[in-house]
Ligand binder design. Structure first.
Ligand code: TIU
Length: 230
């Protein structure tokens, strides 16, 4: 794994709301949430829930630009994937039985079994595919800390700040930012690197993060972050 500690620390100022934030690049991780085919492509989990999955495409290019900048400065990079073990022993009944999807979690779809580890749909979209040495966190829930070793990895890599992006803004990105904030991390959320099936939830979700003096984080965008990193 490329460790954040192996890089010289350098402080950069990120333009953000509600105010600019100075971060030490060596103590910052880029966390990309659930950019999986199951959420972005037809035939996956997102579509089974009745969503228009093409709404999530908008986040791919901005994330690719941010990922490239983060790789260049040697930032710790974390990719997460929501999904379950093939035997589904880690899938809560309350989650599997939720709603009226036309295919439930574990059912066979065109990209393999819905939201199951190892299936094609569970994998990350090709444009944002992890490189060797980047951290991949398989998570059974919406938050990236719940039932994973993400907290231990960040602690051992001396990480203090997170740049959190991905899909969907108000579900897995929000849950992860809330979990991280309570654990003492400063979180920056680049808005254009997030997307939702509900554009109004995306907008309001970003506003919630930065309201009240940044009640659980900062909001920026890929342009301002790439500029700060380069
Ligand atoms: N990754 C993530 O956000 N999981 C979801 O189920 N999101 C929905 O918006 N459905």
């Amino acid at each position: 794994m490329s460790t954040a500690t192996s890089h010289a620390s350098s402080s950069v100022l990120v333009d953000a709301e509600p105010q600019p934030l100075a971060i030490d690049v060596g103590r910052t991780a880029l966390v990309i949430i659930d950019m999986q085919r199951d959420f972005l492509e037809p035939g996956g989990f997102g579509e089974t829930l009745g969503n228009k999955v093409s709404l999530l495409d908008a986040a791919v290019k901005p994330i690719a630009a941010l990922l490239e900048a983060a790789r260049k400065v040697g930032m710790l990079i974390v990719h997460t994937r929501e999904g379950h073990r093939p035997d589904m022993s880690d899938a809560p009944k309350a989650k599997v039985e939720r709603g009226e999807p036309h295919l439930r979690i574990g059912a066979k779809g065109p990209m393999g079994r819905i939201l199951i580890r190892g299936e094609a749909g569970h994998d990350i979209v090709p444009k944002l595919y992890p490189k060797d040495g980047e951290v991949i966190i398989d998570k059974p829930g919406k938050g990236a800390f719940y039932a994973t070793d993400l907290g231990a990895i960040l602690q051992h890599q001396h990480i203090e700040n997170l740049i959190v992006c991905g899909v969907t803004t108000e579900v897995c990105v929000h849950t992860t930012v809330r979990e991280a904030n309570d654990r003492g991390f400063k979180c920056i959320v680049p808005g254009d690197c997030c997307a939702s099936y509900f554009p109004e939830f995306h907008e309001v979700g970003l506003r919630m993060i930065k309201a009240q003096g940044g009640i659980f984080g900062w909001v920026s965008d890929s342009t301002r972050l790439v500029k700060a990193l380069s």
